[in-house]
Design a protein around this ligand. Sequence first.
Ligand SMILES: Cc1ncc(COP(=O)(O)O)c(C=O)c1O
Length: 425
Amino acid sequence: MKYSALSQQGRRTTPPPISWLMKTALAHPGLISLAAGFTDNATLPVRSARKLLNEILATPQSGQPALQYGTTAGEPALRQLTATRLQQLDGQQDKSHAADRVIITSGSQQLLYMTMEALCDEGDIVLVEDPTYFVFLGILQSRGVRACGVKLERDGLSLAHLEAVLERLKKSGELARVKALYLVSYFQNPTGATTSLAKKAAVLKLLRSYERAAGHPLYLLEDAAYRELRFAGQDIPSALTLRGAADRVIYAGTYSKSFATGARLGFGLLPEPLFSTVINIKGNHDFGSANLIQALLTRALASNQYGQHLNRIRKGYARKAAIMQRALAEHFPADAEIWSAEGGLYFWVRLPAKIRTGVKSKLFQTALKNNVLYVPGSLCYADDPARPKPDHEMRLSFGSASETALREGVARLGATLRQLSSRKS
Ligand SMILES: Cc1ncc(COP(=O)(O)O)c(C=O)c1O
């Protein structure tokens, strides 16, 4: 056939690396995956979910609404509990934190996707941390939106570089194409970096100062997916607490990481006109996320089973992060730069620049033969003609592998690194 019936978007969309990584893991029995962003199977709340679902389905009065369609924005009680929890975390109860701004979504992934649908046309630009969450890069690529990277430092993105990027886009006449800045602010995926409140404030201020030249609002999309997985140090207030946040900050959160990844319930708090637009878009996507799962989360939050579960899993991840840290210190070369984290699921490792980590590299292929998988850092960088993609880094997750597998997986990777460096010398 001469012509394809596929849409521009269909033709443009490349296979997401996440599918490939998952398939690779399944195709290698015995493989230890330090790549998957999965939560720990052993900690998933099977007993409390069973108890809560039994309560929901115990009577027709509670069971029937849960097994019926709901509303597009989500179960009102869950929207309220979500807003209340955020108010408690942020220590603030204002317009930015109101329940009527909350939309419950099928994973925060859906919120991210719909927000991009609401804001961006083909050819538009979204600023991202460089490196960033690679599945978000996939959304942009598929929709024909350009990701423009802003250098990431240990404590969040570089303000000086953000200003330089905005200035460059202003000079080239492209500022009108910029719609938002995407910030994974807590224990970032992939690096584990956390952005301070002062930096968030500076980012919002900087974006504001370029709005006149852009001719429209420049939104700050704060993705707080890992916020509640903190196991050391103090929580940091979200960008919703900043002055001027009420009409510029979009907050994306999820119950996937903090309760059950398989529940795939996320949420967003959005300013108008985005809130109404995203509701309309969700009306076309699915006109509401699964009501039964929303009923489950509503009960988990209201009964504080959610809070108790969080306390348990935080302790587990603290232990696993410490195991990974010790194993890296023992098995990795001394010149590897290791970014450990106070929460989330990831460590970031920067190897000397001459050691390539990409999918086609000797290291990746040998690691696979040695039955261990990591996420190559290069997958997490935006395409940018101004610089080659860094290709000497890796994301390591301590989320899903058991404690024994974590030790063994890091040891295998360390041995692979030694194997390759001895071959060269
Ligand atoms: C930074 C970040 N945002 C969003 C998501 C999406 O998670 P979910 O759709 O399960 O809420 C993930 C998943 O790994 C993530 O790492």
